[in-house]
Design a protein around this ligand. Structure first.
Ligand code: CP3
Length: 333
């Protein structure tokens, strides 16, 4: 077992695990160099030479306890035949969606299309940099994937609410996506992923009366599936108001909190390991403020299983030296 896995079982007291959401990415000059020569992002995610290299770049620099496979949650719509493009400043732009065609896609078709991703997982899992460390596999939760597939762009740009009216279509599609998500996760585990994180980045957009159906139920099905494979699963239902209800219903191994969540308050209500919460903007500011915040988290979680991480992805304008400073603060005792 890895140090994080032991720690989650309450056995590695005093250990302070840390990894960073989006740790492989644009704030690293060595990533930007590769990205500049590889304009097609999906193609880059399918490149078996470059993906392992990019995944391990942050581990070459920092004392991180885990790698997260360099990929994207939108590899799922891509594998289901929807066009996915990443446009500068706009984020992802998706093509037309044909649900009838998706119904004809077999598990084998799906797995073949993403085989390079799974090959990369295997390559990374054997790296010398990952000895006694975790490799995090991940997926988007069905609601967040459905939102991108139907809205065809980030809800940050625009949110077309028309598709939200067809409740039967939504339910049917969520179930369909849930099954492919399980397959995608299973393939990553079979190839060496030792922890799974589920990103429900747009859970916060769901109205209260649909939360159980669209968010809780779908996350639970996947969590139950991953638990049966004996792999810890972290849930990140970003933006939901009530983490307590989510945890009670879904029962993940770890709950990842966003930067609007008060860590002290959540600790009083929840009885499973917690991850994240630190505002990514703090890595853009002064060292003094960052130090204060890290010390606050160390104090709050001194007797509680906690994985250091941010409350959302690291910002592209972050200086790698600040990341090093951040990790050193956590690791020095
Ligand atoms: O280091 C890692 O964390 C692993 C790689 C990773 C990426 N995307 C690479 C990426 C992970 C875990 C993701 C998850 C992801 N992707 C989420 C969930 C987490 C979250 O941020 O809420 C979501 C919603 C996406 C969809 C997505 N992919 C968006 C909205 C964008 C564009 C805007 C942005 O945030 O970058 C992407 C592109 C993307 N995914 C990049 C990277 C490194 C940037 C690509 C580039 O322009 O170079």
């Amino acid at each position: 077992m890895t140090p994080i896995q032991l720690y989650l079982l309450g056995k590695n007291n005093g250990f302070r695990p840390v990894w960073i959401m989006r740790q492989a990415g644009r704030y690293l000059p060595e990533f930007r160099k590769i990205r500049k020569k590889n304009k097609n992002f999906i193609k880059l995610c399918l490149n078996k030479n470059l993906v392992p290299k990019i995944t391990l770049q942050p581990l070459e620099r920092f004392k991180l306890d885990a790698a997260i496979i360099f990929s994207d949650i939108l590899m799922l719509p891509y594998a289901l035949g929807q066009d996915v493009q990443f446009e500068k400043n706009l984020g992802p732009i998706l093509g037309d969606l044909n649900i009838k065609e998706i119904k004809n896609i077999t598990n084998k078709d799906f797995s073949m299309k993403l085989k390079p991703v799974y090959d990369s997982v295997k390559i990374v899992s054997k790296s010398r940099l990952l000895v006694n460390k975790d490799l995090i596999g991940f997926a988007g939760s069905p609601w967040t994937i459905l939102l991108y597939m139907m809205n065809k762009s980030s809800p940050k740009n625009k949110l077309s609410s028309k598709f939200l009216e067809d409740k039967i279509l939504i339910k049917e599609t969520l179930d369909l996506l849930c099954n492919f998500t399980k397959l995608h996760i299973h393939n990553q585990i079979k190839n060496g992923a030792t922890i799974i994180q589920l990103f429900d980045s747009w859970a916060g957009l769901v109205k209260n009366n649909y939360l159980e159906e669209y968010v809780f139920k779908q996350n639970k099905k996947i969590v139950d599936f991953v638990k049966r494979l004996n792999v810890p699963v972290i849930c990140f239902p970003k933006g939901i108001k009530n983490y307590y209800d989510f945890v009670k219903y879904v029962k993940p191994n770890v709950i990842s909190i966003d930067y609007n969540t008060n860590p002290k308050k959540i600790l009083k209500k929840i009885n499973i390991p917690i991850q994240g919460g630190i505002n990514p903007k703090l890595l853009l500011g002064s060292k003094k403020k960052l130090k204060k915040e890290v010390e606050k988290y160390i104090e709050i979680f001194k007797n509680y299983p906690y994985i250091f991480n941010l409350g959302h992805g690291i910002l592209p304008e972050t200086k790698p030296l600040m990341v090093e400073y951040f990790i050193n603060l956590i690791k020095q005792k």
